[in-house]
Structure formats: C-alpha cells, structure tokens
Write a protein of this length. Sequence first.
Length: 166
Amino acid sequence: MAIRTNHYDVAFEELLREVRRPYVAVDERRRALAAEASLKSFDFVVYSEQGANLIVDVKGRQYPSAGRQRWRNWANQEDIDSLLKWEQTFGDNFRSLLLFTYELTEPRWWSEHSLVWEFRNRRYAFYGVWVRDYAQAMFCCSPSWQTVALRADDFRRLKMDIFELL
C-alpha cells in the first residue's frame, strides 16, 4: 500500500474515493525495472468511464505561485520519458496523464475554476494534460535541472477538467 504524505496526492485520492472511481495507488518509493532501464514511478492507475484508463502523475502547484504566475506546469524530463514508457508497457487501453493539482491560495481565485475541491481546509482545482500532447508542445525550462513546461497559452489549450477524464 502506498503511504501518501504529499497533500496534493492525498487530496486527489480523496476525490477519487468521493466519486467512487476505482484506482490503485502506486508505492513511489520503489522504481520499476523495465527491460532496458529503471522507470520513475507514477502516482495512480485510475479506471475511467470516459475512455482510456489513466496512468496519473500528480503535480502539485499553488495557484497563483509566489511570483503570481497562475498556470505553473513544469515537470522533469524524466517524468515525461517514464510516463510515455509506462503507457507503452500498459498497452492500448491506458493513457499517461500529468494531473496538475493546484492549491488555490486565495478565495478570489475560486471562481476561475469549474471545480473547487475542499479538503482538509485547503481548496484545489484539478487539470489533466495528456503526456503525449505535453511532450509535443513542451519547451526546456532549465537544462541543468532537466525541467520542461508548457507556455501558458498551450497549457490553457491542452488542459482538461478532471471530470472530462474520469
């Protein structure tokens, strides 16, 4: 059983329980071995009624960030590479998803989101981006940190509300 200490992961898991969506939480402390390499773990496998089942990696961010940027969506290049390999490993009925879980830091931002989820005195908004789409539109943020991101316009175009995916 996975032990969740990250409040973003815990909030998403509670949302899955509340809407009664079947899922499996992954133990992130261990890396899986594929034929050619070790793969970074993801957070959840979620069984969807909307289409493909989901291989989910939760990315927790604040909305807006300390610099007042609203749609922070960076990830590590390794996240993208591993999620694409996981998608191949699981097969046709699975798609990899980056789930950006935004903690809404001020009430004035709540109205900008179709779903505001309250959990443990915090409020969250959940948006998914298919990893394949992210990979096609991403740019390198930091070569030394090996981070990538989407421009705000690309993120707004590609993001989907969580209930479009579950």
